[in-house]
Design a binder for this molecule. Structure first.
Ligand code: HEC
Ligand code: HEC
Length: 289
């Protein structure tokens, strides 16, 4: 049974009708209309006050001169101002005094340690690992086996000037020669055997001949007993910690072609205070001397 058409004479219909459903021409509800007007006015005000309309050279600036970038810059400036006395304190202290200073020290919860950790995670972790445990060719910074030295001054020097960072005049330099150029394969094999015997690996045995070869070619940097020389950045070859590896193949490659790990200098890229904070952080990781 078809429904009776609604009879409502006060409101006109638009004349549209579908299957007996008529469209009335009711006015929009008041609250809805006013909300719409309010939104339009607010929108115009917003466009005038804030950056809004994108243009090729950037958005229209807006009368208030607000920008989210500016807000961040202001926040950073406020934090910098707040930290200024701490930063100044770090720079005026002797390196060895920072970790125990009342204001900036306190080891794992101190300003210097936290700042150093942040620097480390941002600038150092990609090479040394998030836990500072290192990778092949990138030394672990949490053990007490140091190539260039583990006092806070040594660490500070390494970070500031880098290692074999050619454009820095104060960088730490020393090059192990590629012995493949002057020694025969047999001699290198003998030397590798001797190196293995120093730390008792690869079933290696020391003989008079291979010891002589080591003393003649290697001891100038790695010392007669193979314990290395920090001044030359020559690693200790008698312990179980290897930068590149201790199997016969890796040792042969190291001796034949040499290695020359590069660590960037941070002087000029980080502030002195950041470098000091990083040094405090690394020195506290367990291997600090
Ligand atoms: C591009 C990779 C790279 C980055 C980034 C890097 N390092 Fe290094 N770092 C090295 C290498 C490679 C060595 C070892 C160089 C060598 O063979 O003597 C090294 C060595 C060191 C040493 C000396 C270790 C020792 O045993 O004497 C310290 C300390 C150090 N890095 C700290 C840092 C700090 C702190 C940062 C961040 C501010 C950093 N490094 C960033 C590559 C890097
Ligand atoms: C002029 C100094 C110098 C001489 C001479 C020298 N070395 Fe080195 N050696 C170094 C330096 C510096 C490194 C560290 C290279 C790096 O960090 O990239 C090194 C690294 C090594 C390593 C890598 C250690 C590791 O932990 O992976 C081995 C092995 C080694 N040398 C063996 C030798 C042998 C064997 C000789 C003699 C045939 C020799 N070296 C002669 C300076 C020297």
């Amino acid at each position: 049974m078809a429904k009776k058409p609604v009879e409502k004479q006060e409101v006109e219909t638009t004349g549209h009708e579908w299957d007996g459903i008529q469209e009335f021409n009711n006015p929009l509800p008041r609250w809805w209309l006013w909300t719409t007007y309010a939104c339009i006015i607010w929108g115009i005000g917003y466009v005038i006050a804030y950056p809004a309309i994108p243009l090729p050279g950037g958005a229209t600036p807006g009368l208030l001169g607000y920008s989210s970038r500016g807000e961040v810059a202001a926040d950073i400036a406020a934090i910098d101002a707040m930290n200024a006395p701490l930063v100044a304190r770090i720079n005026e202290l002797d390196l060895t005094e920072i970790a125990t200073d009342d204001l900036v020290g306190g080891e794992a919860d101190g300003f210097a340690y936290n700042g150093g950790q942040a620097v480390f995670q941002t600038f150092c972790a990609q090479c040394h690992g998030a836990g500072a445990n290192g990778f092949v060719g990138y030394p672990s910074l949490i053990d007490d086996d140091w190539i260039w030295g583990g006092t806070i001054e040594d660490i500070h020097t390494t970070i500031s000037y880098g290692i074999r960072h050619e454009t820095n005049l104060d960088t730490r330099i020393s090059e192990m020669p590629a012995f493949g150029e002057f020694l025969s394969k047999e001699e290198i094999g003998d030397i590798v055997e001797y190196v293995g015997s120093l730390s008792g690996i690869n079933g290696a045995v020391a003989t008079e001949e291979n010891e002589m070869l080591f003393l003649d070619n290697c001891a100038a940097c790695h010392m007669d007993d193979g314990t290395g020389d920090r001044f030359a950045g020559a690693p200790n070859l008698t312990d179980a910690i290897w930068l590149y590896g201790s199997d016969v193949e890796t040792l042969t490659h190291t001796v034949t072609f040499a290695r020359a790990g590069v660590m960037p200098a941070w002087e000029g890229r980080l502030s002195e205070s950041q470098i000091r904070q990083a040094a405090v952080y690394i020195h506290s990781l367990g291997g600090g001397e």
